[in-house]
Design a protein around this ligand. Structure first.
Ligand code: ADP
Ligand code: MG
Length: 208
């Protein structure tokens, strides 16, 4: 599913970040751990095709990610990778269902209305379908973000500090949701966190 070798990244004026080699198999669930500033978000951005690494190799489903053209990369990401950002990236002028539909359109996929409703239903937020992002709580926004990451049936679900802005109860629910949804959808899962509340749920950890 993912194969990382000899990967490094250097931001302009930054230090060199070295990423240990990593192999993630289909449907495995991993925690990406490291102190603040250690490079977790950088690595997730590299894996998601959003940031070209300075050196090294990254294969996703045996595709050398950074050899794809920009257009093919966008399609590849949209089809194979579901991303839950630290703060929900929803389009404010679109309601929840339209935000989900946009995810399909961006990936060049057909809109699957049934699928979108089913995902909302699975996440317990079917009643939010016609609400706008401004009308939702933090916990609800995070659920919608998870829904949007899942609608295209990705092989890989990545989440960057998905619990950092949530209270204990919501944090536990989001972790439970990510792990069970990844499993049900046949996707591998990577959650980046420095949140101690999350680590007890996982056995596979990659440390930065
Ligand atoms: P983490 O997610 O583990 O907190 P990051 O990947 O965000 O770590 O950051 C790793 C290092 O790279 C930090 O030192 C951070 O300041 C630096 N960094 C992150 N993004 C940028 C950027 N866009 N430009 C320059 N430096 C950056
Ligand atoms: Mg980060």
């Amino acid at each position: 599913m993912i194969n990382i070798q000899s990967l490094t990244h250097v931001y302009e004026k930054g230090r060199k970040i070295n990423f240990p080699d990593w192999e993630v198999a289909d449907m495995e669930q991993w925690l990406l751990l490291g102190a603040s500033g250690s490079g977790k978000s950088t690595l997730l951005n590299i894996i998601s095709g959003l940031l070209k690494p300075t050196e090294g190799q990254i294969l996703i489903n045996n595709t050398e990610l950074y050899e794809l053209s920009a257009k093919r990369m966008d399609r590849f990401r949209g089809k194979h990778i579901g991303i839950v950002f630290q703060r929900p990236h929803l389009i404010r002028s679109l309601d929840v269902l339209d935000n989900l539909e946009l995810a399909a359109v961006m990936a060049g996929l057909k809109i699957d209305h049934e699928r979108n409703l089913a995902v909302l239903n699975d996440l317990g937020i079917a009643d939010l379908a016609r609400k706008y992002p401004d009308q939702l709580s933090q916990g609800q926004l995070q659920r919608v973000s998870v829904a949007r990451a899942l609608v295209n049936r990705p092989d890989l679900l990545v989440a960057d500090e998905p619990t950092s802005s949530l209270d204990d109860e919501n944090a536990a629910q989001v972790i439970q949701m990510l792990t069970s949804q990844a499993k049900e959808n046949g996707a591998a899962l990577i959650i980046a966190t420095h949140d101690q509340r999350v680590s007890e749920h996982f056995t596979k950890t990659y440390l930065l």
